[in-house]
Ligand binder design. Sequence first.
Ligand SMILES: *Cc1c(COP(=O)(O)O)cnc(C)c1O
Length: 360
Amino acid sequence: MERVINFSAGPSALPEAVLRKAQSEMLSYGSSGMSVMEMSHRSKDYMAIIEAAEANLRELMNIPANYKVLFLQGGASMQFAMVPLNLMNKNKKADYVNTGVWSKKAIKEAGRCGKVNVVASSEDKTFSYIPDLDPSTFDKEADHFHITTNNTIYGTRYTSIPDTGNVPLVADMSSDILSKPYDVSKFGLIFAGAQKNLGPAGVCIVIIREDLAGNQMEFTPTMLNYQVQIENGSMFNTPPTYGIYLCKLVLDWLKDQGGVEAIEKVNNEKASILYDFLDNSNLFKRTVAPKDRSIMNVPFVTGSVEKDDAFIKAATAKGLVQLKGHRSVGGMRASIYNAMTLEGVQKLVDFMKQFETDNG
Ligand SMILES: *Cc1c(COP(=O)(O)O)cnc(C)c1O
């Protein structure tokens, strides 16, 4: 069976080289005589894997020494609760920007811990843009300020990171971590579920400025306490060992591609091919304000539900799969994370041109 071109929003395509490497090491990792899945997480072999994963991430993102890297479970969604449990314990209030479903879920969890001030929202236009932020509306006493850097469902992204002064900026970077350079020192905490740009589902990466840990609410469950996770090197209990190993392989692969700056160039090129086509198409329309459009998730519509369905069906038959938009917005969405090749995007656009000619 030939591999398809997979535009899934997540879990999403992994680099083929990574899957082959994992395949080659499946039955015996190095000279261990066992699969990584069968290893003690405290064994020498495994410690080397998790340490290399962290070292790779530190190198690729240029993470300053006063930040800790954690490999946790529970996905990005668990961070929606873990962040306020640990950070919202000084003044019991936080600022949030509402840019869609994921922000809303984060706002809901923070609301259990204190007062949430929604400083801006783009809900009025189905989250098709990033709202302007007015710093005079920011609360200087907020315990943290939360943004979603890339909005996976709608295909929007911040083009500049808000300056929140002394208030720690928290970023849900699940769908654009490692797609372009970010200055980690501008953030108090970054988290990302791995299944978009980093590896398989089941691992969540947290990058936290060390002074922000240790101030959790009294009733915080042990597993949700950043300080405990830091003190135990992400091994308070058994970590998702195989998932972390795959993340390590993806990070090795990204280094082989030339790192984050190099992959950003490819990502920009991929996105341009699609957007240039959409901007000039007579059939397909983009749905996002041009200034805010994502280079990772590209939603589009024909304007007719029947034509959308026909397009998705015909594309699937050609091996261009998982193009259906999120159930809350409909239409189509092409997710073109780091692992998506330029050729894959070109094939999609060629197919869209053909479909337009046949059905325009
Ligand atoms: C996918 C996604 C999530 C949810 O991730 P889980 O790991 O499933 O909890 C949260 N935020 C963003 C931006 C996402 O893309």
